[in-house]
Design a binder for this molecule. Sequence first.
Ligand code: SF4
Ligand code: MG
Length: 327
Amino acid sequence: MLLDVRDLHVEFRTRDGVAHAVNGVNFAVDAGETLAVLGESGSGKSVTAQAVMGILDVPPGRITAGRILFRGQDLLKLREQERRRVRGAGIAMIFQDALSALNPVLSVGDQLGEMFVVHRGMSRKDARARAVDLMDRVRIPAAAQRVRDYPHQFSGGMRQRIMIAMALSLEPALIIADEPTTALDVTVQAQVMELLAELQREYRMGLILITHDLGVVADVADRIAVMYAGKIVESAPVRDLYKAPAHPYTRGLLDSVPRLDRKGQELYAIKGLPPNLMRVPPGCSFHPRCPMAQDVCRTDEPPLYPVSDGRGSACHFWRECLHGPDH
Ligand code: SF4
Ligand code: MG
């Protein structure tokens, strides 16, 4: 297993109390596999990614328990320097906002080249050539000329391709992409997502795709982990989940995505808002918003029930949901 995260807990200490942002999360990603982590904002999906990347080790965020095994090595047990080395060689991240992630006063060629100069000890000239190669790989037209341009001279979609090129530069085993296409318009979104999926297959990387948009991941993910209030509430192969969700929250998310086969039908919206992570409701944290909630849901927290091979649901009534009528 490439990445195996076990029982991860992350909390944030604020003046108003402790927010349990990630609360016992388990997931794994293999080489060549794409895992989508899906959830509304505040569900803990980005915090989970940041914990894996090691960019959370600053207050007020704190990993309070769990293991992050990368190629069998627990990153949380390594010394800081060693940890950075292991991650640096093996895990890369793509952020939503390329414009703020890229350096505005350096040409993209210099930024891409820098990776090879610093990490591979290449000469400037060789590094520049590699930068052009990479820009070609992510299909930036006229790469040999555009390598001298600055980030602001590219469109949003092209800038995101440059981010992907940066992430690929050191040939990581795992890429974590946090809402990589959210800032782009729909057609460009699809192109960038396709490119990412294609490169992932070609390089046989593991890919973790963090998104709030179920529509974006349908065609590219192998598995989906749905997060709610800091927990994974459903985890399933993507096809199974699309065919029939085993958790009412997943069902709500599915029904709120526009679908061609349901054209004209009104889109469903899950009522209410995700909970404040300092005051998560008792029992099932989704119960105030759940159309299927029963008394037991208000008192007993559902474990992740095994639904079938490789599939789990944290709903007491997963059977009813799986086979049940709409809402
Ligand atoms: Fe809804 Fe109850 Fe299932 Fe929670 S456990 S998702 S409240 S039916
Ligand atoms: Mg986020």
